[in-house]
Design a protein around this ligand. Sequence first.
Ligand code: AMP
Length: 212
Amino acid sequence: MNLILLGAPGAGKGTQAEILVKKLSIPAISTGNMLREAIANGTELGMKAKQHMDNGSLVPDELILGIVADRVAQPDCSNGFILDGMPRTLAQAEALENMGVKIDHVVSIEVDDAVIEGRMTGRRVCPKCGASYHIVANPPKMEGICNACGSELTIRKDDAPETVRKRLEVYHATTEILKEFYGKLGRLCIVEGNQPIEKANEEILKAIGAQV
Ligand code: AMP
């Protein structure tokens, strides 16, 4: 099953992707995590992406399409994958179709902007494995430490309030239109993201016809 998680930054795509990976036994492909890793490793991709990410704008489509095309061709994606944070533009969505990547379901996780702005201040991420936490809604077992790999958690630079507002603007101006694109193709389902993580996950599983 090939899935796309759509939604504004901070809607809970990464958190839901982590749970779905375990329940559906397919990998999550987070373009944001791939780009942060590229920046940490000082690669050419990372150097090209950094400034866009730091100021809350989008990384150029051609860079994203290159890394996604390579990633979905890996053997672990042969039974399906979860795209988290991609596509973000109409051009990216159309390119996926043109590449012959078949998308079964697109789940839009919906949360009001005001709630998102409040949420972002509590987000903590693992710089090593990309796991995502929230100090109130989804705290790690040990404060400040990643459950999955034991690394020290950090605050994303682009979670600063003014950058969050910019990212929300970009979402509404450029990404939200994808709901219409996938709606017309009959693949869109909408899930309320402002509810407990487990409840939202149950709704997602039901929406995509998987066992709850
Ligand atoms: P995320 O972790 O998904 O919130 O992504 C963090 C940042 O990475 C975004 O604000 C963009 O600058 C960049 N990014 C991630 N995915 C994409 C994408 N599909 N297209 C363009 N930029 C992206």
